[in-house]
Design a protein around this ligand. Structure first.
Ligand SMILES: Cc1ncc(COP(=O)(O)O)c(C=O)c1O
Length: 415
């Protein structure tokens, strides 16, 4: 690829855009995921970049959606979401975590977790407010905070364990901090926050009177017997927490964009006030289909989790065998490597070289770090994210391609 990794809109002084866009979108361009997926198609590369599976969800889910279309679920659903999905989400939170939410007031169906998070952020962040998030962070967070006029500040999770330090969290709070945005299991590092980390989040939020927005889209994709701890289950914290979930990852239907928010009625109502003017509603036939499986397909989800663990081991073990330093993720679809082990300094350069050298597309982790850092700040620069949500055969093929490319790449050939 000869073009730069243009994941931000770069103003071209020779051709000013007329009419000029609002300042609030400055730096927001095509996402790195869209760009790298397009590159994968253009170069015929294996796409280990964007996190989506290459197999579909459970047949009962797909059949239910077809039936819903055939039986006329094709007009606007209710603004909060169809009652059967809201009831299924409330029941899911009760059954798995003992959280009791009233499905008429404390559950909101959204257009994926992305909209749930954006609505929550737009509803609560005032211009000038600071939002703390675990850095590296999912790319929709800084965008949504920027659109709200706020400032995202990262609390660094560092390799090899990407653990949350209570001290770092405390130190990041300022008088302007209003929201703590937590993501566990964590994209891109695959870290799963343990009980101590969750206690630290809860205590810091309570001590500083912060709203907690919790992104739990990978809640069921944890490995090696580790469990997911929703922040809302910690004593005294549910009243100040909005939790986002999604059917996309749990049921391998990332393109459906059926997500939800749960939390106390006044918080959900504020997010709904925003959501209704973003999309109003979406996914009329998909909502009842998700409702159909949310309470009945735990075995299918466990099978997905186990198979992801096998694929994680395949990819991480294979990368390590090739001399690529790779950290073992405790959950999610993703593993992170440090390309310095192959002689590169820059993960973005490695990601640029990979399609032509090896026919593989990945995501440089620089896309997940604060782009307002000083230009010479090296944080995360050498890290690269791979997804193991693809078929075993695809991962094996990718490892074979990497092995073949290694002699021309190891040593950082194109630095
Ligand atoms: C951490 C995280 N949050 C939210 C999302 C978006 O979820 P959805 O596709 O349901 O909008 C993703 C998708 O990759 C993610 O990784």
């Amino acid at each position: 690829m000869s073009a730069p990794l243009a994941w931000v809109v770069v103003a071209d002084p020779r051709r000013p855009l007329r009419p000029s866009p609002a300042h609030r979108i400055e730096g927001l361009g095509e996402t790195i995921f869209a760009e790298m997926s397009a590159l994968a198609v253009a170069t015929g590369s294996l796409n280990l970049g964007q996190g989506f599976p290459d197999s579909d969800g459970p047949p009962a889910l797909l059949d239910a959606a077809r039936q819903a279309i055939a039986s006329g679920h094709n007009q606007y659903p209710p603004g909060l979401g169809v009652p059967e999905l809201r009831a299924a989400v409330a029941e899911h939170q009760r059954r798995h975590y003992g959280l009791t939410w009233d499905s008429d007031h404390e559950v909101l169906v959204t257009t994926g977790a992305t909209e749930a998070l954006a609505a929550a952020i737009l509803a609560f962040v005032e211009p000038g407010d600071e939002v703390l998030a675990l850095e590296p962070f999912f790319d929709s967070y800084p965008a949504a905070v920027q659109l709200a006029g706020g400032r995202l500040r990262g609390v660094l999770l560092e390799p090899p364990h990407f653990a949350l330090s209570r001290h770092a969290l405390e130190a990041a709070v300022t008088p302007r901090t209003r929201v703590l945005l937590v993501n566990t299991p964590h994209n891109p590092t695959g870290a799963v926050l343990d009980a101590d980390a969750m206690r630290a989040v809860a205590e810091v939020a309570a001590d500083h009177d912060l709203l907690v927005i919790s992104d739990e889209v990978y809640e069921h994709l944890t490995f090696d017997g580790r469990g997911h701890i929703p922040i809302a289950t910690l004593p005294g914290i549910a009243d100040r927490t909005l939790t986002a979930g999604s059917a996309g990852k749990t049921f391998s239907v990332t393109g459906w964009k059926i997500g939800w928010l749960t939390g106390p009625a006044p918080l959900v109502a504020a997010a709904r006030a925003v959501k209704q003017y973003l999309t109003y509603v979406s996914g009329a036939p998909l909502q009842p289909a998700v409702a159909r499986v949310l309470g009945t397909h735990d075995d299918w989800v466990a099978g997905l989790r186990d198979s992801l663990q096998v694929r994680r081991d395949l990819l991480v073990g294979g990368l390590r065998d090739l001399g690529m330093e790779t950290y073992t993720p405790a959950g999610t679809y993703f593993a992170v490597s440090d390309v310095r082990s192959w002689g590169y300094e820059d993960g973005a350069q490695f990601a640029r070289d990979l399609p032509s050298r090896a026919g593989i597309v990945t995501i440089p982790c620089s896309a997940f770090y604060d782009r307002h850092r000083e230009p010479d700040d090296e944080t995360g620069r050498s890290l690269l994210r791979w997804t193991f949500s693809k078929a075993e055969g695809t991962l094996i093929q990718a490892l074979e391609r990497l092995q073949a490319a290694r002699p021309t790449m190891a040593g950082g050939a194109s630095r």
